[in-house]
Design a binder for this molecule. Structure first.
Ligand SMILES: O=C(O)CCC(=O)C(=O)O
Length: 255
């Protein structure tokens, strides 16, 4: 499925665009089964970096995110996610060959905390390059009541940082204010959102009983080089993955 001219223009002007049914029901089912296996793991197997946290609402240990998903342990999943249509869409928005920078699953299970308003570039990405594009892939339905992601959509998109690195743009829980300047993107499994590293976004805590799992594939331009393992090595030094029996609390989370 090729992006339309309108979608490419929206991405450039507003920092994000939504593409419906980019992955088929069969593809989503494979991804969902794989994510469920990972959710139930204790975080000690294979080369996937898991981040377990204690839920602020239920007190239970939940897998909040998993990164470095497309290592040697998941060749079939890597092929499915990095299919020719994925690379073509990223090529269209980046204007260059896309190279995978990082990939993660955000589980946002019932009880998972909010993700405060932030720009991805503020997470130290400027050390590596000044532009990235991310494909959000909805695995579960994203609804207003199970923590669908909101993006700033006020016609003032700027390709720059709006605050200091490592700081969120607001400490207030979503819905972000003023509400009419943000677009809450409800999505069906298989829908994607392409967004750049400067568009402010975030999502509330998941207070429903429905999981809201999304995958995020982030790419940089080939001109900026192959940065993925350098990024992960740096990140693991500063923010090491953990196992189920060493869950963190929210206080350690920044951007
Ligand atoms: O998955 C979400 O709800 C938002 C996560 C997010 O913005 C991020 O991980 O950068």
């Amino acid at each position: 499925m090729e992006l339309t001219r309108t979608q490419i223009d929206e991405f450039r002007q507003n920092g994000f665009t939504v593409v419906r049914s980019f992955f088929s029901a069969d593809e989503v089912q494979q991804l969902s089964d794989w994510l469920d296996d990972l959710r139930d793991s204790d975080g000690t197997e294979n080369d996937i970096a898991t981040y377990f946290e204690t839920s602020p609402t239920s007190g239970e240990t939940v897998l909040v995110r998993a990164e470095h998903l497309l290592g040697e342990s998941a060749p079939v999943i890597a092929q499915l996610l990095l299919k020719p249509d994925t690379l073509a869409a990223l090529r269209a928005v980046l204007g260059d060959e896309p190279l995978l920078f990082k990939e993660k699953a955000n589980y946002k299970l019932p009880g998972c905390r909010s993700d405060l308003l932030h720009q991805d570039q503020a997470a130290g990405w400027g050390t590596y390059a000044d532009f990235f594009a991310t494909m959000l892939i909805a695995i579960d339905e994203n609804r207003v009541d199970n923590a669908a992601v909101s993006f700033r959509d006020a016609g003032d998109h700027a390709h720059k940082l709006l605050g200091p690195e490592w700081e969120v743009l607001s400490e207030d829980d979503p819905p972000f204010q003023p509400e009419n300047e943000y677009r809450l993107v409800e999505a069906q499994p298989g829908d994607i959102v392409l967004f750049d590293c400067y568009v402010p976004h975030g999502s509330p805590a998941n207070l429903s009983d429905a999981p809201r799992r999304n995958l995020y594939l982030t790419f940089n331009r080939k001109a900026d080089g192959d940065l993925r393992m350098r990024y992960y090595r740096d990140k693991w030094e500063n923010y090491p993955p953990n196992t189920r029996d060493a869950a963190r609390d929210r206080a350690t989370f920044k951007v």
